[in-house]
Write a protein that binds this ligand. Structure first.
Ligand SMILES: [Zn+2]
Length: 197
């Protein structure tokens, strides 16, 4: 792999100029295509005619990946220990191991926050007996959209505390997977587990 320096020249296609143009490698702040973030000071190919960013050299990809990792985000919540047991049992029920706990929580979080699954009455779980107990165990959930999904779901459910929200999700998982009240979710999750293991 050839390492490029600022100012090195290349030739590349420019969408803007609709031509094959002379380009130079320059440091630029480059936004993601969905405008969700910017990679700062990264070496890119810039069109000499119109100044558009037209290529990302291989040596710049670690910087882009690093920024993507940052964007992933994570939340940490403390919950009563029996709620972690519920998640472990649900994962065991779906896959035969406890490896899929984070994926199950993310599946519910995402689908409830996008209304693919109904979040109606999910707050009722907070008054149930299983919602009680000292929050003694830590649950961490990482991934793209985790933070925005939490914010959306808070708006939908009017539950303002993150740990209450997580508790409700876990008790919903208990209903759906362990008490088998929602066989459709169980089936989808089983399929997800099958293709990701
Ligand atoms: Zn151009």
């Amino acid at each position: 792999m050839k390492i490029l320096k600022v100012g090195d020249k290349t030739k590349s296609a420019c969408d803007n100029c609709k031509a094959f143009v002379n380009a130079s490698y320059q440091l630029r702040n480059v936004p993601f295509s969905d405008n969700s973030d910017i990679v700062k000071n990264v070496l890119v190919g810039v069109c000499d005619c119109c100044d558009a960013v037209i290529s990302l050299p291989h040596q710049s990809t670690p910087l882009v990946k690093k920024q993507l990792e940052k964007q992933k985000g994570s939340i940490e919540s403390r919950v009563p220990s029996h709620l972690i047991d519920i998640l472990n049992l649900a994962s065991f029920e779906l896959s035969g191991s406890t490896d899929f706990v984070p994926m199950i929580v993310r599946y519910y979080l995402h689908n409830l926050s996008t209304r693919e699954l109904s979040a109606k009455n999910i707050d009722k779980y907070l008054t149930s007996d299983l919602a009680k107990g000292k929050a003694q165990k830590r649950l961490s959930i990482k991934g793209r959209n985790v933070i925005s999904d939490i914010e959306n779901l808070k708006k939908i459910t009017h539950i303002s505390s993150t740990s209450d929200l997580i508790k409700s999700i876990i008790l919903r998982i208990n209903d759906d997977i362990l008490l088998q009240k929602h066989p459709k979710s169980k089936k989808i999750l089983k399929n997800l587990v099958a293709i990701s293991s």
